[in-house]
Design a protein around this ligand. Structure first.
Ligand code: SF4
Length: 305
C-alpha cells in the first residue's frame, strides 16, 4: 500500500533515516503476516467513526487524513476507505451512555481539519455533562508543526479539560518548529503527553529512547505510552519482540527518572484491548506464543515475532 504526500516541512527532513524509515514505502512491507484491522475496531464501531471498546471511554475518528502516512499505521485499512462520522449521531449515542467520561478524538490526524471544524466538534462534545475529559491524538507536532497557530490554541483553551496525546518516535523529530508549537500549547495551559511506537531499526535502542523521553520532559511533555507495533498488514519489519521490548524497558528504568519513563503496552489481537505487560498477565508461554489475560480477564493468544 503505497501512499505518501509530504508537506514542505517533512520534505525538508525526509533525507534523515529516522524519517525515511517511518514514512517511505519499502518492499519489505510486502512480506506479510498482519491483518487489516488488528484492533478489531469494526466490531466496536457503534455509529460511524465512534469506537466504544472500553467501558468509560470512546474513540472518535474524525478523519482518515494525516500530514504524513506512517508505514506502520494500525489504521492503514482506513487510508482509502473511511465512512466518516455524523456528529449528531455521535452526540445521540453519547447522550445515552452517561458512564462514558472520556473521549479521544483521533483519525487520521484531527488537525488536518480546519480550526472551525475542530471548534464545532469540541463545542458539541462540551455540551455533554458526562464527558469530563477530551483527549486529542495527533502527529501534527512532528509532521506539520506550523499548522499549530495561536488561533488553534485559543479554540482548544475554550473547552473542558483537553489533553493532547502526541505521536513521536525519535529525537530527530524534535525540531525548532516542534518546540515552538509545543510551547504555544503548554504556555496556554494545555497539557501534553506522548505516545511512542517501538520500531525495529528506528528506535529499538534504550539510548535513543532515553534521549527522546528526557528531551520531551524538558519540553514539559510527559512520556505516556511506549507501544508495541500493531500487527497490521506490512508491519512485520517494524515489530520488536516482547523479550527485547521488556529488556529495553528494564534498561530505561535503571537509567531515567519515573517522570521520563512511559508505560510499555501493546494491543492484543482480535480486539483483546490494550495491555500493560506485567508478569501476572502472562498465563503461559511456549516459544514465541504467549497466552495473555486482558483487562476483562479473558485469554488471548499473542504470536510474538
Ligand atoms: S499519524 Fe497516526 S493515524 Fe496517521 S498514519 Fe501515522 S499512525 Fe496512522
Amino acid at each position: 500500500m503505497e501512499f505518501a504526500n509530504f508537506n514542505v516541512y517533512l520534505t525538508g527532513l525526509i533525507h534523515k533515516n529516522s524519517f525515511k524509515k517511518q514514512f517511505v514505502f519499502d518492499s519489505a512491507e510486502l512480506i506479510n503476516s498482519g491483518v487489516q484491522d488488528p484492533l478489531n475496531e469494526e466490531k466496536y464501531t457503534k455509529v460511524n467513526g465512534l469506537i466504544h471498546r472500553y467501558p468509560d471511554r470512546v474513540v472518535l475518528t474524525v478523519t482518515n487524513r494525516c500530514f504524513a502516512y506512517c508505514r506502520f499505521c494500525f489504521r492503514k485499512n482506513k487510508w482509502k476507505n473511511f465512512s466518516g462520522f455524523e456528529l449528531k449521531e455521535v452526540i445521540n449515542y453519547l447522550k445515552n451512555k452517561k458512564h462514558i467520561r472520556e473521549i479521544l478524538i483521533s483519525g487520521g490526524d484531527p488537525f488536518t481539519l480546519s480550526d472551525k471544524q475542530i471548534n464545532d466538534i469540541l463545542f458539541q462534545l462540551s455540551i455533554l455533562n458526562s464527558i469530563e475529559v477530551i483527549r486529542i491524538g495527533t502527529r501534527v507536532f512532528t509532521s506539520n508543526p506550523q499548522r499549530i497557530k495561536k488561533e488553534t490554541v485559543a479554540i482548544l483553551k475554550k473547552y473542558k479539560p483537553i489533553w493532547l496525546a502526541i505521536h513521536i518516535n525519535h529525537p530527530d523529530e524534535i525540531t525548532k518548529e516542534f518546540k515552538k508549537a509545543v510551547d504555544l500549547m503548554v504556555d496556554s495551559g494545555i497539557p501534553i503527553v506522548s505516545q511512542t511506537v517501538l520500531l525495529k531499526g528506528i528506535n529499538d535502542d534504550h539510548r535513543i529512547l532515553k534521549s527522546l523521553f528526557c528531551m520531551l520532559v524538558k519540553l514539559r511533555i510527559k512520556p505516556y505510552y511506549l507501544f508495541g507495533c500493531d500487527q497490521a498488514l506490512g508491519n512485520e519489519k517494524f515489530r520488536v519482540s516482547i523479550q527485547k521490548s521488556l529488556d529495553i524497558m528494564r534498561k530505561l528504568r535503571g537509567n531515567i527518572s519515573g517522570l521520563c519513563l512511559p508505560v510499555y503496552a501493546f494491543d492484543l489481537p482480535r480486539g483483546g484491548g490494550k495491555i500493560v505487560l506485567e508478569p501476572q498477565n502472562i498465563l503461559d508461554k511456549e516459544k514465541n506464543i504467549y497466552k495473555i489475560k486482558n483487562f476483562e480477564e479473558k485469554e488471548f493468544i499473542y504470536n510474538d515475532i
